[in-house]
Design a protein around this ligand. Structure first.
Ligand SMILES: Cc1cc2nc3c(=O)[nH]c(=O)nc-3n(C[C@H](O)[C@H](O)[C@H](O)COP(=O)(O)O)c2cc1C
Length: 199
C-alpha cells in the first residue's frame, strides 16, 4: 500500500504539520503491528519545498496524457499520485481556501487526476482510492464553519479529489489556532487514529 501525504503548510511546527505527523505515526503503528499483512510505504512531500512552474494552459496534456513542460518536481509528484492508494492532503486555510502553492500543483496534475469526454465531462482516474484531509485556521469555531473558512478548504479539496475519483474518508479541522502553541491532544489522537484506520 502506497500512502502519499501532501503537506501544503510551510510551518514545520504548525498545527497542520503536527496533525499530519500524528497521522503518519498512526500509519506506522498499524503497519508494524502483528496483524498487518501488507507492506505500507509512506511518502511525505512538503509542497513548499518543491520546484515547479505553473500550468501554462496549453492543454497538451489533455491530448497526450502527459505534461510537455521541462521536467520538474510536478512530474515527480504526478508519478507518486498515479502510484498511490491513499492520498492525504494537509492544507492550512489561506483566504478561505487552499494555499496558492497547492492549487498551482493541482493545476499541473490535471492529466493524472482526470480525463475528459469529448464534450468535456470529467472522467475520474482514481476511482476506488481513498483520501484524507487536514486543515487549520485562526478563525475560531463555529465561525470557521459559518464563514466558510475550514469548510472553504474542504469544498476546494472535494472539487479536486472528488472529481478525480478519490473518496474522502476522513477530515480534520483545527480552528482557532491563534491560541494554540501545541496541537491539542484530542486532535493529535484523532489524526493518529485516522492513520491507523487508513491501513
Ligand atoms: C496567507 C495567509 C492567509 C490566511 N488566510 C486565512 C483565512 O482566510 N482565514 C483564517 O481563519 N486564517 C487564515 N490564515 C491563518 C492560517 O490559516 C492559520 O495561521 C493556520 O493555523 C496556519 O496553519 P499552520 O500553522 O499549520 O501552517 C492565513 C494565513 C496566511 C499565512
Amino acid at each position: 500500500m502506497n500512502i502519499l501525504v501532501l503537506n501544503a503548510s510551510p510551518r514545520r511546527r504548525g498545527m497542520t504539520s503536527q496533525a499530519s505527523e500524528c497521522f503518519v505515526e498512526g500509519v506506522g503503528s498499524a503497519s508494524t503491528d502483528d496483524f498487518s499483512s501488507e507492506s505500507v510505504h509512506v511518502d511525505v512531500l512538503n509542497v513548499n519545498d518543491l520546484n515547479f512552474s505553473p500550468c501554462k494552459a496549453c492543454l497538451y496534456c489533455r491530448k497526450h496524457g502527459n505534461c510537455c513542460q521541462p521536467v520538474d518536481d510536478a512530474h515527480k509528484v504526478a508519478e507518486l499520485v498515479r502510484a498511490c492508494d491513499v492520498l492525504v492532503v494537509a492544507a492550512p486555510v489561506y483566504w478561505g481556501n487552499i494555499p496558492g502553492v497547492l492549487k498551482t500543483l493541482f493545476d499541473r496534475l490535471v492529466y493524472v487526476l482526470m480525463g475528459e469526454t469529448k464534450v468535456g465531462i470529467p472522467i475520474p482516474k482514481h476511482k476506488g482510492k481513498r483520501a484524507y484531509v487536514i486543515t487549520s485556521c485562526t478563525t475560531p469555531f463555529p465561525f470557521d464553519v459559518l464563514c466558510g473558512q475550514t469548510t472553504g478548504v474542504f469544498r476546494a479539496l472535494k472539487e479536486v479529489l472528488g472529481t478525480s475519483g478519490f473518496k474522502i474518508c476522513g477530515k480534520i479541522a483545527i480552528p482557532g489556532t491563534r491560541r494554540l502553541q501545541e496541537l491539542p491532544e484530542r486532535v493529535g489522537k484523532k489524526a493518529y487514529n485516522m492513520g491507523v484506520r487508513c491501513v
